[in-house]
Design a protein around this ligand. Sequence first.
Ligand code: DQA
Length: 137
Amino acid sequence: MKIQIINGPNLNLLGTREKSIYGESGFEPFLKELSSKYNSVEFSYYQSNVEGELINKLHEVGFSYDGIIMNAGAYTHTSVGISDAIAGINTPVVEVHISNVYAREEYRHVSLMAKNCKGIITGFGLKSYELALQSFL
Ligand code: DQA
């Protein structure tokens, strides 16, 4: 099974950024653990702070991979382009968030991409990615 993980803006700063919200761990060590736990899964990982690059990645993998786990960060709440890209590809996308976006500011309660995703997992820390993976398995 081929799974693409896509992280959007500011998620390159995990482990450094607002630790009380996003935790102490960087993404790479977490991904290392995840891939050794699920060693039959072929993981690819991509992070970008640039909206168009995230859309390009969705197009690139969205006709051949089995699943996409996407944390679009702040673009979740603003990007019609990312939402349209998800609608336009064949591979199912699960939207994930580290924090519980519904327990935070009101502008985080809206996801423009959710309607085009298979489901949403929010609020379980980095475990949200593992739960999304399990939904594909
Ligand atoms: C986030 C939640 C977003 O509202 C925020 O802009 C992020 C991270 C999360 O994983 O909790 O950058 O997607």
